[in-house]
Ligand binder design. Structure first.
Ligand code: SF4
Ligand code: SF4
Length: 128
């Protein structure tokens, strides 16, 4: 199946390090992003959060997120599934570490901040 441009931009497999650009949800909360939604799941009684723009598609358990954020390494990142906006906080995570040519980066530009699209017009009243 053909990969989407967003997926191609979110991963690099040009050496054995296997890097992925991930979205850091901590940035969504700190910036009080209007695209961040919360909902309460009646069956589980859990609260989840997600991105209306689908910059990431997973829905994150808020309590687990807060617990992880209190640890030394924090919650970390989730898979990037869309084009990040200028306000989105991203990072690059390497899956494997090693020495020698097989782990020599041949795509250093992948570590640059992605070129973001401007945020679309967004007004909650449009949804009422
Ligand atoms: S648009 Fe970006 S900052 Fe806003 S909720 Fe989505 S991922 Fe987070
Ligand atoms: S280290 Fe560089 S070449 Fe290797 S996967 Fe990561 S970005 Fe790609």
């Amino acid at each position: 199946m053909a990969q989407t441009a967003a997926v191609q931009a979110a991963e690099c497999r040009q050496c054995c390090a296997f890097c992925d650009r991930v979205l850091l949800p901590s940035g969504c909360i700190e910036s009080a992003c209007p695209y961040l939604y919360l909902y309460d799941d009646e069956r589980s009684g859990r609260r989840f959060m997600g991105c209306l723009n689908k910059v990431f598609r997973v829905e994150i358990d808020v309590e687990l997120f807060r617990e992880a954020e209190r640890t030394r390494h924090g919650f970390g990142g989730v898979k990037l599934t869309g084009t990040p906006l200028p306000r989105c906080r991203t990072a690059v995570e390497r899956a494997y570490h090693g020495g020698g040519d097989a782990f020599e980066c041949v795509n250093p530009g992948f570590f640059d901040e992605p070129v973001s699209e401007p945020a679309p017009e967004f007004d909650l009243r449009d949804r009422l």
